[in-house]
Design a protein around this ligand. Structure first.
Ligand code: PNS
Length: 167
């Protein structure tokens, strides 16, 4: 009898990946057979990092965590998450919640995805030590000279400094 693979998707813009994102990915990998980090982007919107850069940052962090065999990274443009999950053969989305604001943002999306195709979302409580960490806040702090050490992988920190403090 063949066993069903439990494949989870961790979606986001990952511009760039933070240690908060990685905490959720590592915990999703501990509770599922396979995890796909889905970098969803709108080509009309310019991010801080290109999509290949974002993919590489996550891939390097996943490899450093020893999870390259369980977690893969894929990018998708202009797609509904439910369609991405259907194509990937994934029946669950895993997301971290840092607090009530995240919950208020995520709940309608989770309900809409379930309405559309029955896609379920599992929320993991964010690590309190990383509650204040978001891609946008990390970028703002770095842009104006603040220290983002320990909030993102070292490679991302160096890339943020090079990109945001260039001029
Ligand atoms: O990192 P973010 O910005 O919080 O990620 C949000 C993201 C990309 C996961 C969300 O906007 C999304 O799922 N976009 C794909 C388009 C889609 O399915 N929209 C309807 C959501 S109910």
């Amino acid at each position: 009898m063949s066993e069903r693979v439990r494949r989870a998707v961790c979606p986001g813009s990952y511009d760039p990946v933070t240690n908060g994102h990685l905490d959720v990915v590592v915990r999703a990998a501990a509770t599922h057979d396979e995890v796909v980090v889905a970098i969803l982007h709108n080509p009309a919107k310019q991010g801080t990092f290109t999509v290949p850069e974002r993919v590489a940052f996550v891939e390097h962090a996943v490899a450093a965590a020893g999870l390259a065999g369980t977690v893969r990274v894929e990018a998708f443009a202009d797609r509904l998450l439910v369609d991405v999950c259907r194509d990937l053969g994934a029946d669950v989305v895993v997301k971290g919640l840092r607090g009530g604001t995240d919950f208020a943002y995520e709940l309608p999306m989770a309900r809409m995805n379930r309405h559309l195709t029955g896609l379920e979302t599992v929320f993991l409580p964010g690590d309190p030590a990383l509650e204040h960490v978001s891609s946008s806040l990390v970028k703002e702090v770095c842009r104006y000279g603040g220290d983002v050490d320990g909030l993102v992988p070292d490679e991302v920190r160096d890339a943020l400094v090079a990109r945001l403090r260039a001029d």
